[in-house]
Design a binder for this molecule. Structure first.
Ligand code: HEM
Length: 535
């Protein structure tokens, strides 16, 4: 039965009422969502100010990521938001010593990159906590003096190729880009020491290894989806599975197959026929039953605590290492084994971390010596004297080249490939009286420190004498960090130094490097010079 009320039946009244209520609910839930959305857009942006850390005003969702001029004008209080991530920039050597060395156990990790695929995700650079400790403990002994000595013949073969190429250029009398030659050289060195592959990338630029390796260094084109990921990081995984990076997958599978094939070949070879390279050292560790503890860690560049005492002997390194506070405080032992996946990851990380870094340092060293012929003459005199004593350079003899060492150190000060590196702040803590927010990155501003006039008078000038033993002893050890600091420093530092010195000693024995009309001179920021050096 229907009750009538004018034209309106109770039924239609009920529906009208329901409609208004719903509209209200819609409106309410819409305004609630809007509130939530706008709260979400700014929610992380109180983390820095809560800790009393100054920063520029962030934009909703994107923080300060469009303020590209932040870095050059950096001062110690210049922290920022990279998207939603708070970044605490540290350029205070005392805080750096605290974070990277004394309180290493609180800051053992580098930035957390979600959803990085294998094999990159298995590489030392991205590993975290105990996983990193185990793999680093296995790799570190591979970079000892004794092991690097075994790499010398492999490096020498690639230097011969480099010398032939430079010779051809010198004979032609034409200007050329020496950075390219060094790129090929460092690629060949890594291929031989980490993959057991004899390459000649200069003569075979179409080789598949060279082709895929170079692809890792091509900056990805701007992708608007990245902005979406910056604003909504939780969308990263679904977006990546919806729009997979095919080119990346192709590169990854090339390297995985390449290393797996070589591992298989090595396993089938009699032990005495196996090549002595990093790959074999890792394969030997795969079957080892030994335990590794933090005591065995190479704290690396800790002459004067972290300084880059390039002249260190193995003995001096291990003596210092034993006295590092964090080594004794973290004595956990782990089984010294490494899986095939991890071996592939490390081989790739050697390429990613050791190729461009080493080649650009070689290029900048030559660039600076071409601009400073008086320093080049000193290097050549030292090299000539070196050859009166030695037939060819090796791991121990290159350590006699004190002036060359000073020149490389100064080139690394001015043009550090690792111009900034990071640690994560996994829990809220106080360092040197400064409260640091949980979940932030701690960005170590190495290139800022390297040009800080407080520690480096006339910082833009190339003055190798800044690295005499006396000058180094009088400086705070944490104002010079080309290879990082503490137990998480560059594991390949000694290989890089060996490779660079062996190449430069042969180069300056035979050639002079001179500038040409294309050589850029002046106070250009490193970012502009990085890829356009011509000598
Ligand atoms: C001139 C050459 C090089 C420079 C300037 C350099 C610089 C650096 C820097 C600044 C870091 C970060 C350190 C830190 O966070 O404290 C690093 C890490 C690393 N480097 Fe190098 N590097 C060079 C060559 C190499 C080479 C040749 C290799 C390998 C063959 C290598 C492998 C690595 C690895 C695996 C890491 C990560 C270490 C870890 O997380 O435990 N680097 N490097």
């Amino acid at each position: 039965m229907e009750i009538r009320c004018g034209d309106l039946s109770w039924n239609s009244l009920f529906y009208w009422l329901l409609f208004f209520i719903h509209q209200d609910t819609y409106a309410l839930s819409f305004s609630l969502s809007l509130c939530r959305f706008s709260r979400y857009s700014v929610s992380p942006f109180s983390a820095l100010s809560r800790c009393g850390i100054k920063h520029p005003k962030p934009l909703p969702f994107f923080g300060n990521m469009f303020m590209f001029d932040i870095y050059p004008s950096l001062d110690q209080s210049n922290c920022y938001y990279l998207g939603r991530m708070p970044v605490v920039v540290v350029a205070d050597p005392d805080i750096l010593r605290q974070v990277t060395i004394k309180e290493f156990s609180t800051f053992p990790n580098r930035q957390y990159v979600i959803n990085h695929t294998k094999p990159v995700s298995d590489g030392l650079q991205l590993l975290r906590d105990e996983h990193w400790k185990r793999v680093r403990g296995i790799l570190t002994p591979s970079f000892s003096g004794a092991k690097l000595k075994e790499m010398v013949p492999l490096i020498n073969t690639t230097i011969n190729t480099l010398m032939n190429i430079l010779n051809a250029h010198a004979k032609s009398g034409e200007a050329f880009d020496i950075h390219r030659c060094f790129n090929c050289f460092t690629m060949d060195v890594i291929a031989t020491v980490a993959y057991g592959i004899q390459l000649d990338s200069q003569s075979n630029p179409d080789d598949r290894f060279v082709h895929f390796a170079k692809k890792y260094f091509i900056a990805p084109a701007f992708n608007p989806l990245m902005l979406l990921v910056v604003a909504f990081p939780f969308l990263k995984v679904p977006l990546l599975s919806l729009f997979p990076n095919k080119s990346r997958a192709e590169m990854d599978s090339f390297f995985i197959n390449c290393i797996q094939r070589i591992i298989k070949e090595r396993d089938e070879q009699p032990p005495e026929q196996r090549r002595r390279d990093f790959l074999q050292l890792m394969l030997d560790a795969r079957n080892s039953n030994e335990c590794v503890s933090m005591d065995q860690f190479d704290m690396g560049n800790h002459a004067n605590e972290v300084g880059h005492g390039n002249q260190q002997t193995d003995q001096s390194v291990s003596e210092q290492d034993c006295h590092q506070p964090q080594a004794s405080s973290a004595k956990s032992s782990q089984k010294r084994t490494i899986t095939d996946d991890e071996i592939v990851g490390q081989a790739l990380v050697f390429l990613l971390a050791g190729y461009e870094t080493t080649s650009s340092t070689l290029a900048f060293t030559c660039y600076l010596l071409a601009l400073h012929p008086e320093c080049q003459r000193k290097v050549q005199d030292e090299v000539d004297q070196f050859y009166c004593r030695h037939e060819s350079p090796d791991y121990f003899s290159v350590q006699e080249l004190k002036y060359l060492d000073m020149v490389i150190s100064e080139a690394l000060r001015l043009y550090s490939p690792g111009f900034r590196f990071a640690r994560t702040i996994d829990k809220e803590c106080v360092v040197n009286g400064q409260l640091l927010p949980k979940g932030a990155y701690l960005e170590i501003a190495a290139s800022y420190l390297h040009r800080d006039p407080e520690y480096w008078p006339e910082p833009e000038k190339f003055i190798p004498e800044r690295f005499t033993p006396e000058a180094k002893a009088n400086r705070h050890p944490c104002v010079y960090l080309p290879f990082g600091a503490g137990p998480r420093n560059c594991v390949g530092m000694r290989l890089a130094q060996l490779e660079m010195k062996m190449a430069l000693v042969q180069l300056f024995r035979r050639f002079n490097v001179v500038t040409c009309s294309e050589t850029k001179v002046g106070c250009l920021p490193p970012s502009q010079l990085q890829y356009c050096v011509t000598v």
